[in-house]
Write a protein that binds this ligand. Structure first.
Ligand code: DGJ
Length: 694
C-alpha cells in the first residue's frame, strides 16, 4: 500500500516519488515533503513547526500549510475563502480524521472542519503509483442550516522544497498561436496564470512545470495540471522567506458558490508529479496517464481523416462533399468529416447555429445519401457541430432568446455573430442532448467534431437557482453532462474537442473527447512550434493535425505531411486543386503513416531538438518495447553555411543494435544516443527515418 500513516502524518509513495503531510505541534496540517522516494518511511522530514519561527506576520509565510483557508494573519495566497451566513469571513480549519481506501489507485481522505461553523472540508489524494502522479481534489460540505458563500476553493496547494532559484514554465498563446512556452525565474511575489473566458482558453493552458536548472532529459521537474475545461487559476508564490508554493484550481475571479446544506461541492482534480529526468520525462508521464486513464478510447488507433473546412468553408453540399470524399478515399483516407455549413440556414457564420438539422437546399436528401456515398467508398463519416452556440438569426434563438448567457439590461455582445447558450440551464442541456442524440441515432456517424468558437461576455444568469456566479462552474458541468450522456448512448463514436483550434485542450475535456483540434493555424512551420508546446502535456494520439494548402507556395507537400504525421494525421486541403503528383505523394505519405502510426500514437515521444527554439528541429517516437522508432527532422530556415546540428537519439536499449534508415551500418543504441547522427537537409526540407532494432 503506497499510503503510510503514522503519528507524524502520512506518506504517499509512488514508484519513484513521495509526498508527505503531517500535523505540527500547534495542530496545523502542514506539507512535509515532495520529491524523490526515500528508502524508509521514517526518512521523511517532520512537519514544519509553527513555534520555531517568529515574525510580525505570523508563521504562515514560512510554515507551508497544506490547505490554508483565509483567516487571521494569513497574507499568503489561501486555498479557501468563504463568507458564513452571519457575514464572518474567516475560515479556521482544524484536522478531524482521515480515511484510506485501498484499490489499484488508493486514496487518502483528510477531513478538516471549521473550528466554529458547520463547514467540512475533505482533501482527497489519489495515488497513481505507476505513473508517479498524485491526483488531488476537495469536497466542501455544509452541515448546518444556512447557506455558506464560497468565494474561492482551489483543488490543491503544492509546496516546493525550501530554497530559491526555481523556474516556472507555462504556456501562453492566442487564436492560431497556441501552446507557446514561457520559462522564467520565480521571484518573490505572486505570478498568476488564469483563464476568464469560460473555456480553458488559447491564452493560458492549465499546466505548469517548476524546475531547478532542468533540461529536456535531466534535472528535477515538478509539474501539474487541472482537469477542467473552464476558468482555471494557477498561482506561483514565493514568500519573503523563500517558501515557494503553487496553488491550482477553479479561478475565483467573479466566482461564488452558495453552498447549501447537505449539497456538497466537489472541485475538479489537480494532477501533479515529480521527476528527476527533465521536462521530457514529465511529458511522457502525462502522455501515458492521459492515454491509459483519461481518454475513453485511449487505446484505439486513430483513423486518418479528411476535413472539409479549409476546402469548402460553408459551401458544402452533397455533390461537392461526395467529390472530395472520392479523392480522399483514393489517397487512403479512412474517415471523411464534413465541417461547418451543413445545417439549416448556414451559409455563412451569421446564421443557423442552433438549428441542427440538414439544410434543405444543400441537402435535399438529408445527410443519408452523403453518408452512404462515404461509406460506399470504404470510409467512416464524421460531422461538425457547435452545440453550445446560437446565432440570433436562427429558429432556436427566435423561440428562446432567454436561453443565452446575458444580463437583461445590457446589450448581448456578439462574437463571430453568435451568442452562448447557457449550458448551466437544464432546459438547454435537454435541448442539445435531444438534437444531438437524434442526429446520431438517425445517421451512420462515426465521428463528431464538437466546436466552441467564442469567449464569454456579460456572464449573467438572471434566474439562477443559486448565486449567478455559479455559472462559471455549472456551465462546464453542463457541457460534461451532455457530452457524457451522448457518449454513453453512442459508445462507438469518436469525439474531437475544438474551440477555434486548441482553445479547450485540457485533461477535463479529454474525459469526453478522444482527440483535440490543435490549432486553426495549419501552416506547417508555425504548426511545428504549436505542436511542440502541445506535446508538453498531451500525447500525440490526441493531437489532430491536418495537411492543408496553407503555405503551399513555399512549403513542400511532403514537409507539410511530415509535420502532421507527428500527431494524428488528417488532411484538410482542397483536394480538387491537387494535381496527380500531389495526390500520389499524399498517398505515399498516408501509406507510410499507416505503417508507423502505432509508434507515433502510442509510443514514447522525445523532443530531440526544440522547434520553438530552433529552425532545425527533431522529434523521435519509440515503441514501448524499444524495438521500433521513428525520427522526424525538419529544417525550416537556417543560412546555407551554418552547421547542421547533431541529433542524439533517446530511449534506445544501450547494448542493442539498431538501424536508422539512410545509414548503412547498424550501431548500438548507446552509439546513436551518445555519438548521434546528422541529417543533411536544405531549407524547408524534412525527413522521416525509421529506427529498427536489428
Ligand atoms: C473553428 C474551427 O477551429 C475550424 O476548424 C472550423 O471547424 C470552424 N470553426 C468552422 O466554423
Amino acid at each position: 500500500m503506497p499510503i503510510h500513516s503514522s503519528p507524524t502524518g502520512w506518506v504517499l509513495e509512488t514508484r519513484n516519488t513521495a509526498y508527505a503531510i503531517g500535523i505540527n505541534e500547534v495542530g496545523l496540517l502542514t506539507h512535509r515533503y515532495w520529491g524523490a522516494r526515500l528508502p524508509f518511511v521514517d526518512d521523511y522530514p517532520e512537519p514544519f513547526k509553527s513555534t520555531n519561527f517568529a515574525s510580525t506576520d505570523g508563521f504562515h509565510h514560512f510554515v507551508p500549510e497544506e490547505y490554508p483557508g483565509y483567516a487571521g494573519t494569513k497574507y499568503i495566497d489561501p486555498c479557501l475563502k468563504v463568507t458564513f451566513a452571519d457575514k464572518v469571513r474567516d475560515v479556521v480549519l482544524v484536522y478531524e480524521d482521515f480515511k484510506v481506501t485501498a484499490s489499484s489507485s488508493p486514496t487518502l481522505d483528510l477531513r478538516l472542519k471549521d473550528s466554529f461553523y458547520p463547514l467540512h472540508v475533505t482533501l482527497h489524494y489519489r495515488i497513481h503509483e505507476e505513473y508517479d502522479l498524485i491526483e488531488r481534489w476537495v469536497t466542501l460540505e455544509n452541515l448546518g442550516d444556512e447557506p455558506i458563500l464560497v468565494e474561492r476553493v482551489f483543488s490543491a496547494k503544492l509546496t516546493l522544497p525550501p530554497g530559491a532559484d526555481y523556474s516556472l514554465t507555462h504556456m501562453y498563446g492566442s487564436w492560431s498561436n497556441e501552446f507557446q512556452m514561457q520559462r522564467e525565474p520565480l521571484t518573490p511575489g505572486l505570478k498568476v496564470i488564469e483563464s476568464r473566458r469560460l473555456i480553458s482558453s488559447h491564452r493560458a493552458t492549465p499546466w505548469f512545470t517548476i524546475d531547478r536548472n532542468a533540461s529536456e532529459e535531466n534535472g528535477e521537474v515538478w509539474f501539474g495540471t487541472l482537469a477542467w475545461s473552464g476558468n482555471h487559476k494557477i498561482t506561483a508564490e514565493v514568500t519573503e522567506f523563500a517558501s515557494t508554493r503553487i496553488s491550482i484550481g477553479l479561478n475565483d475571479w467573479d466566482f461564488a458558490w452558495k453552498l447549501m446544506p447537505k449539497q456538497p461541492f466537489v472541485t475538479p482534480a489537480a494532477i501533479s508529479g515529480y521527476t528527476q529526468n527533465g521536462f521530457g520525462a514529465a511529458s511522457r508521464i502525462f502522455h501515458d496517464y492521459v492515454r491509459d486513464e483519461i481518454i475513453p478510447h485511449g487505446k484505439v488507433l486513430h483513423k486518418i481523416l479528411y476535413n472539409s473546412w479549409e476546402a469548402t468553408l460553408f459551401s458544402v453540399d452533397e455533390a461537392s462533399q461526395s467529390k472530395l470524399a472520392e479523392i480522399a478515399a483514393q489517397m487512403g483516407v479512412e474517415l471523411f468529416v464534413m465541417d461547418d455549413g451543413w445545417f439549416h440556414g448556414r451559409n455563412w457564420d451569421n446564421a443557423g447555429l442552433g438549428d441542427w438539422w440538414p439544410d434543405e437546399i444543400k441537402f435535399p436528401n438529408g445527410l443519408t445519401r452523403l453518408t452512404q456515398n462515404v461509406n460506399a467508398l470504404g470510409m467512416d463519416f464524421g460531422l461538425w457541430v457547435e452545440p453550445e452556440m446560437v446565432n440570433p438569426d436562427s429558429d432556436l434563438y427566435r423561440a428562446h432568446p432567454d436561453w443565452v448567457i446575458h444580463f437583461p439590461t445590457r446589450a448581448r455582445t456578439e462574437s463571430r455573430n453568435q451568442l452562448i447558450l447557457n449550458m448551466a440551464r437544464t432546459d438547454v442541456q435537454e435541448y442539445i442532448l435531444g438534437v444531438l442524440d437524434e442526429l446520431l441515432a438517425d445517421h451512420n456517424i462515426a465521428f463528431i467534431k464538437w466546436d466552441m468558437n467564442r469567449g464569454v461576455s456579460e456572464p449573467g444568469w438572471a434566474d439562477a437557482p443559486g448565486d449567478q456566479r455559479e455559472l462559471w462552474v455549472r456551465y462546464v458541468q453542463g457541457v460534461y453532462h451532455v457530452w457524457g450522456t451522448l457518449r454513453e448512448r453512442h459508445p462507438n463514436v469518436i469525439w474531437q474537442s475544438c474551440a477555434s483550434g486548441g482553445g479547450r485542450a485540457d485533461f477535463g475535456i479529454l474525459q469526453f473527447a478522444d482527440q483535440i483540434w490543435t490549432s486553426d493555424n495549419t501552416e506547417a512551420t508555425s504548426r511545428l512550434r504549436i505542436q511542440e508546446g502541445y506535446s508538453q502535456f498531451l500525447p500525440a494520439n490526441t493531437m489532430e493535425a491536418w495537411v492543408t494548402d496553407w503555405g503551399k507556395e513555399t512549403v513542400p507537400l511532403e514537409f507539410r505531411f511530415h509535420v502532421s504525421m507527428c500527431g494524428s494525421l488528417g488532411v484538410g486541403g482542397n483536394l480538387l486543386e491537387w494535381d496527380q503528383a500531389d495526390r500520389e505523394s499524399a498517398a505515399n505519405c498516408i501509406s507510410l503513416y499507416k505503417d508507423i502510426r502505432q509508434v507515433i500514437q502510442f509510443g514514447d515521444q522525445f523532443r530531440l531538438i526544440s522547434s520553438q527554439k530552433n529552425n532545425f528541429s527533431a522529434m523521435q517516437y519509440l515503441s514501448k518495447d524499444k524495438v521500433e522508432g521513428v525520427l522526424f527532422v525538419f529544417r525550416t530556415h537556417i543560412p546555407e553555411r551554418f552547421n547542421i546540428p547533431t541529433i542524439y537519439l533517446r530511449g534506445l536499449e544501450p547494448d542493442a543494435l539498431y538501424t536508422v534508415e539512410g545509414f548503412d551500418q547498424p550501431r548500438s543504441g548507446k552509439a546513436w544516443m551518445e555519438a548521434g547522427l546528422t541529417v543533411e537537409l536544405k531549407n524547408l526540407q524534412s525527413k522521416v527515418l525509421r529506427i529498427s532494432h536489428t
